[in-house]
Design a protein around this ligand. Structure first.
Ligand code: GLN
Ligand code: ZN
Length: 768
């Protein structure tokens, strides 16, 4: 019979319970037992929810206190030595690897000072994973200190009477997504495959001993362009697993893209089944089913794990039918396209959404029902009522006037070369900017946000709830701006920012002011660790009814003689960090956003704010996973939408942009034609990578310190790092800044870190 499954469920809790408890633990307000109890409770809630919804194949080990890839590194003892010398509890090792740790000595414990591992985007999503970091001394073994997480969680569910299917990231993806440590740059992670396989076999056999009959083994890299040297590893690896009778059955799972170019690598395996993402790439169906032998099952990923639109039942059911026609009912599983990690927990938590619009959405909890309804339907059970209600919602959205704005569409048609090109080229603009701002060598700046203190959050909430008047709120924000401005002046930063105290989030803030957007009150999605975002939802054509940031920036500029950077979120990032429409292309949505932002940029300039940063941290994340035409098309419209936003200004107006947490290729950002860019760089050790940026034509700030970590780099540390970069990177294009915004940090560490950074920059001014 057709079965139902999901690949993973959000672990953060409907009320962000995990964040709250984790952060309390970090602050020393609750002990480790409280944190572990919170985790346990969330897992129980999630399993019971799935069980109650009628999902048959329920995942376990999809939970994590920080990141599921980091969990594996801890489990497999892939722990660089810098974390092992302090005798930390396993959970603290985990957090130290995830976010760094700096702790003063106490009577009983020594001082701790370790940086975090590198964190990068998970494929083309806004989730970040902690990159496994291997060295010649890496010794794979099961780290039993904290208990074997996959086994512990499997048994935990079993004790609740819930049979689960554990999830494990497969060995080839795990290695491929990792990197070699600074001291072992000659090491190819994949060369460690032979060494890691026994550890995989051990954990898999322990799962079987515990009672697990099947494991979901994720090999998401199969949707990337893989070199032959990686492709060729699949057959032997999975044969080794499937020929070992002590291991459970495996379902080889891929998501987010097209597997076809790597299909020959995974055919003829003896796995129990395969999972493919047919939401993203329905066209791969015909070819991928051909690799199944007559016993293998096909898990049909048909309920979107990445977006919030209701599944179109009639379309999805037809797809499942197609699979059944080919394979028979016993070999088809209805599933989500990917883990539901990327969707908010529960639509029922949304009390303020307009009822018409709300009826178009489906969050993780609702998606469980979707999977179950589609499964029942495939079995021939009566779900006529559900199908009918679904058809009505789909139709309501298709016909709704909310989604279209003729004025926006008319304006879109006016976009041409001149609307997306600056008046002069960079060589011409540069002297007029130098004349205007007269900045020193090694100019210092920050990326925009300053600590979002409790006080700021409280006042913003009060204002949102109507408990604070507009005047009082404005006075409060102005006071915050002033604090940040005075601080920057005091430590000698060159290009100032206003600190973004009025913004809850860099995308949500704009989404809430643009027409064509809907936003949630509880639709949180994990971005990394305890950082969650609440993506707004693009429901229709986007436009800007009025200025969004001018008031704050103008105020900030008015109280200082130093240049003040206006701060906007770019069109691609607005789009990527929203839930986008699925009825209109990404290109159209980005260009609409570009036009809306163009008005804002021009308004800022007219109001005297003439250094303007348009952040595009998500530009790399949106890059199609495979090389080819789709990728070059994307890069073209991404750059064009940025230029539409920024090209209406004078030569002397300095356009900045910022990118972070991705393996950015400098060639991808040239076409944006920004005067100055900043990128996160403090964890980039590879000199070749620095070299790549030295060819970048315009000016760059290569981020000098990790803003995810509370640790404070000393002035000497900055000096050493700058020297290292200067070996390959020219001094006359060198800006000095942190990796990213400082909103998640506390004031004490920001104060010290920035002071040290500025002092280091001054030292180099003397030398050059
Ligand atoms: N201007 C934003 C900030 O400083 C940029 C954040 C980001 O790149 N994610 O917070
Ligand atoms: Zn950033």
């Amino acid at each position: 019979m057709v079965a139902s499954s999901i690949l993973g469920f959000p672990r953060i809790g409907g009320q962000r319970e995990l964040k709250k408890t984790t952060e309390s633990y970090w602050q020393g307000k609750v002990d480790v037992e409280a944190l572990l109890a919170q985790g346990k409770q969330l897992r129980e809630t999630n399993w019971k929810l799935q069980k109650a919804a009628g999902v048959e194949i329920i995942p376990s080990n999809d939970f994590s206190y920080y990141d599921q890839v980091l969990d594996l590194s801890l489990l497999f003892n892939v722990i660089p030595t810098r974390y092992t010398k302090y005798n930390l509890a396993p959970i603290d090792v985990l957090f130290a690897m995830g976010r760094g740790l700096q702790r003063k000595a106490t009577d009983s414990t020594p001082a701790v000072d370790v940086t975090a591992l590198e964190m990068v985007k998970w494929f083309d999503s806004n989730y970040h994973y902690v990159r496994p970091t291997f060295s010649h001394s890496t010794e794979f073994k099961l780290n039993t200190e904290a208990g074997l997480k996959p086994v512990v969680e499997y048994l935990e569910a079993k004790a609740l009477g819930i049979e689960t299917r554990p999830v494990l990231l497969g060995p080839i993806s795990y290695l491929y997504l990792g990197k070699s440590d600074k001291d072992s740059l000659d090491l190819e992670p994949i060369s460690l495959l032979e060494k890691i396989l026994p550890v995989y076999e051990e954990i898999l056999s322990k799962l079987k001993e515990a009672g697990a009959t099947q494991v979901q083994i994720d090999e998401p890299i199969l949707v990337l362009d893989l070199p032959e040297s990686i492709q060729s590893k699949y057959k032997a690896t999975y044969d080794q697993f499937t020929s070992n009778a002590a291991l459970p059955e495996l379902v080889l799972t891929t998501y987010f893209g097209d597997v076809r170019p790597n299909l020959s690598a995974i055919k003829d395996l003896s796995v129990a089944g395969y999972h493919f993402d047919f939401v993203r790439v329905p066209e791969q169906f015909e070819e991928v089913v051909e690799i199944l032998n007559e016993k293998q099952t096909l898990s049909v990923g048909i309920v979107d794990g990445r977006n919030i639109w209701k599944t179109n039942y009639s379309k999805a059911a037809a797809f499942v039918e197609k699979a059944i026609a080919k394979l028979g009912k016993d070999r088809v599983v209805v599933s989500t396209s990917s883990s539901l990690l990327h969707t908010p927990v529960d639509l029922a938590n949304e009390k303020k959404l307009d009822a018409t619009i709300k009826d178009w959405f489906s969050f993780a909890t609702q998606k469980l029902d979707e999977v179950v309804v589609l499964t029942k339907n495939a079995r021939g059970d009566d779900v006529a009522k559900e199908l009918e209600a679904n058809a009505a919602s789909i139709k309501s959205r298709q016909e709704s006037p909310i989604t279209t704005n003729p004025k926006v569409q008319e304006r879109l048609a006016t976009i041409n070369e001149s609307l997306s090109t600056r008046k002069s080229n960079f060589e011409t603009r540069l002297p007029s900017q130098q004349a205007k701002y007269n900045l020193p060598l090694f100019p210092t700046t920050t990326i925009g946000s300053f600590p979002q203190t409790k006080d700021i959050r409280i006042n913003r909430n009060k204002f949102a709830k109507g408990e604070l008047s507009a005047e009082d709120y404005e006075a409060f924000i102005n006071k915050e701006i002033e604090t940040v401005v005075r601080f920057q002046e005091e430590i000698g930063l060159d290009v100032l920012v206003h600190g973004e105290p009025e913004r809850n989030d860099m995308v949500q803030y704009f989404g809430e002011q643009l027409e064509g957007y809907a936003f949630t009150t509880n639709g949180w999605v994990q971005s990394y660790g305890s950082r969650y975002v609440r993506p707004p939802i693009v429901v229709g054509d986007v436009s800007r009814p009025k200025a969004m940031t001018v008031k704050e920036s103008v105020y900030a500029q008015s109280i200082t003689s130093k240049p003040m950077k206006g701060m906007l979120t770019g069109p691609v990032t607005c789009l990527r960090w929203s839930f986008p429409r699925d009825d209109v292309s990404g290109r159209v949505q980005a260009l609409q956003l570009g036009l809306a932002l163009r008005d804002e940029v021009n308004d800022l300039e007219a109001a005297g704010v003439t250094v303007i940063q348009v952040d595009e941290p998500a530009i790399r994340e949106g890059l199609p996973l495979r090389a080819g035409k789709e990728r070059s098309d994307y890069l073209n419209w991404a750059a064009q939408s940025f230029r539409v936003a920024t090209s209406g200004v004078e030569d002397s107006t300095q356009i900045h942009s910022h990118f972070c947490y991705s393996d950015l290729d400098p060639n991808h950002i040239k076409a944006l034609d920004a005067d100055v860019v900043s990128i996160e760089f403090s964890k980039k050790d590879d000199p070749n990578y620095i070299q790549e940026f030295s060819n970048y034509p315009n000016h760059i700030g290569l981020g000098l310190f990790d803003i995810h970590s509370p640790r404070i780099p000393s002035k000497e540390e900055f000096v050493t790092r700058i020297e290292e970069i200067l070996k390959v990177y020219p001094a006359n294009k060198f800006w000095v800044n942190p990796d990213c915004g400082l909103k998640t940090r506390g004031w004490p560490e920001v104060r010290e870190s920035l002071t040290n950074m500025v002092e280091a920059a001054k030292e180099f001014r003397g030398k050059y």
